[in-house]
Write a protein that binds this ligand. Structure first.
Ligand SMILES: [Zn+2]
Length: 242
């Protein structure tokens, strides 16, 4: 059940305590992919899992702006501070819990959100009478997880499967030419780069020419399956503050 397209009496009637909160970002994804890539991909995985799950799951509207200041060198990128992001996510999760949907998975599409999401979910579990946990889709696609760059083969494939009209296929060569093969500017184990334009000319890390709609379908399938397994586990958790 997608809240944004549901009337309140129908929301009141849904029999579940499970909710998915897609969490995205509005940030550069190279010359070939849209600024909303992380939001679109998080929404696609959440929708597929909710569809497949054996009992009803509430799907909240996505959080569209996240912790993405590292991409500020590229036009259109928006961001919040980690403090604002955590406070906002916490408010949304606790408002879901207010209606009885007190076991919430934050379905994340952006690497920069991971640390803040982990912290805010733990805070919710400890203090707020809800159980919340982060799930980042590209960490849950088996051996493909190691191919994650930025606007590279994984993200571009999922777009080509779920939102194909958003990808500029005629710019994939250009995207690959200006790409970096690694995230960051490293000295030993230390990343000296603060912003992504310090190490990638056009914002891409990885080779999006390796993307395909077929791979995207596989990725969506694996991520949704992992998310359904996670929902099974979350359904057994006690949301009482500890
Ligand atoms: Zn992304």
């Amino acid at each position: 059940m997608h809240l944004a397209s549901t009337a309140w009496p129908d929301a009141a009637a849904v029999d579940t305590d499970l909710a998915l909160l897609p969490v995205g970002s509005t940030e550069q994804h190279g010359p070939h992919a849209p600024l909303g890539t992380d939001t679109l991909n998080a929404e696609a995985v959440a929708a597929l899992a909710a569809d497949r799950y054996e009992s009803p799951v509430v799907v909240a509207p996505a959080v569209p702006v996240g912790v993405a200041e590292e991409h500020r060198g590229f036009a259109g990128t928006l961001w919040t501070t980690e403090d604002t992001f955590r406070a906002y996510v916490r408010d949304v999760v606790t408002s879901l819990a207010h209606h009885g949907w007190d076991r919430v998975v934050c379905v994340n599409g952006h690497g920069g959100n991971v640390a803040a999401l982990r912290e805010v979910c733990a805070r919710v579990v400890r203090h707020d009478g809800a159980f919340a946990v982060p799930f980042t889709w590209f960490d849950e696609v088996g051996e493909h997880s190691s191919e994650m760059g930025h606007a590279g083969p994984l993200e571009t494939s999922l777009l080509r499967h779920a939102n194909p009209e958003t990808v500029h296929a005629d710019r994939l060569d250009e995207a690959a030419e200006g790409a970096s093969d690694r995230w960051g500017d490293w000295q030993g184990g230390v990343n000296l780069a603060v912003d992504s334009d310090e190490f990638t000319e056009n914002g891409v890390v990885g080779d999006p020419r390796d993307s395909s709609a077929d791979l995207g379908e596989t990725l969506a399938d694996r991520a949704a399956e992992a998310l359904c397994d996670l929902l099974d586990a979350v359904a057994t958790r006690d949301p009482a503050p500890r």
